[in-house]
Write a protein that binds this ligand. Structure first.
Ligand SMILES: Nc1ncnc2c1ncn2[C@@H]1O[C@H](COP(=O)(O)OP(=O)(O)OP(=O)(O)O)[C@@H](O)[C@H]1O
Length: 247
């Protein structure tokens, strides 16, 4: 049981963005993927979601190879995008029903009990008949969260989780990630908000020049990039910027 990305090389037609990227996530591990704008965080995520064709390398989740068995692989993954993706013609209730169907949740009573708990947590419990057009951006994001945690997959892939959520929702979200980690789930989240992310993840992976330069705690990363104890962690981005300018 684990996510294993081995020597991934990929990107877009005619453009290589990711080069020989290796990353492992073990059960019960949450990793923050960090790097400058344009470093390739979203591109890496798109590869894990099977949305881009790899040029080289392999991606395996719990022994299932993404290229060889994409449908089995994708059922073990829930994606929480930065910009919510909802069906305009489906109500919140119908989105949740669709999630139950897609992820094969067979115990419907138990699934609805969990759905109600999650909706209550994000103050959506009296909005089951609402359509996405009636929701604010933050509320739409919460619908994505409810659906993902209802799906209860082995791997959560989360893009910039904290933008647009109120502090109460951020705290609830972090609690849900911690709970998932306790249940041996895996989490990969991209973020620029290191302080909040640090509450949810144990380690960060630094993406630079198309590859992962180091995976470690913020302390280990500080030491890897020779940051002084008095330096703010934001200085890391200045160093990465200089490194990519020298490439
Ligand atoms: N559809 C696309 N076609 C071609 N190039 C793309 C496409 N999407 C992104 N890129 C390029 O891929 C590189 C990595 O972009 P990506 O979106 O993965 O960065 P990121 O690390 O997620 O950045 P940010 O922090 O700004 O979200 C950039 O140079 C970008 O211009």
């Amino acid at each position: 049981m684990s996510l294993k990305i081995n020597k991934l090389t990929g990107g877009y037609t005619g453009i290589t963005i990711i080069k020989d990227l290796n990353l492992n996530i073990e059960p019960g591990q949450a990793i923050g993927l960090i790097g400058l704008n344009g470093a390739g965080k979203s591109t890496t995520i798109k590869h894990i979601l099977g949305l881009l064709r790899m040029q080289k390398g392999t991606i395996e989740l719990n022994g299932t190879n993404l290229t060889q068995n994409p449908s089995k692989f994708k059922k073990m993954v829930a994606y929480i995008p930065e910009t919510p993706i909802l069906y305009p013609e489906l109500t919140l209730k119908e989105h949740l029903e669709l999630t139950m169907l897609t992820y094969g949740l067979t115990d419907i009573d138990k699934a609805w009990q969990r759905a109600h708990e999650l909706c209550k947590m994000f103050r959506l419990d009296n909005k089951l008949d609402w359509l996405p057009i009636n929701f604010s951006k933050g509320m739409q994001q919460k619908v994505m969260l409810v659906a993902a945690f209802l799906a209860n997959p082995d791997l959560y892939v989360i893009d910039e989780p904290f933008t647009g959520l109120d502090p109460l929702a951020v705290a609830n979200f972090i609690d849900l990630i911690k709970e998932a980690v306790k249940q041996n789930k895996m989490v990969l989240m991209t973020t620029h908000v290191l302080a909040e992310a640090q509450e949810a993840v144990q380690k960060f992976a630094v993406l630079n020049n198309g590859t992962i330069e180091i995976v470690g705690s913020l302390e280990e990363i500080r030491s890897f990039y020779h940051l002084k104890p008095t330096d703010s962690i934001d200085r890391l981005y200045k160093i990465l910027n200089q490194e990519s300018a020298n490439e």
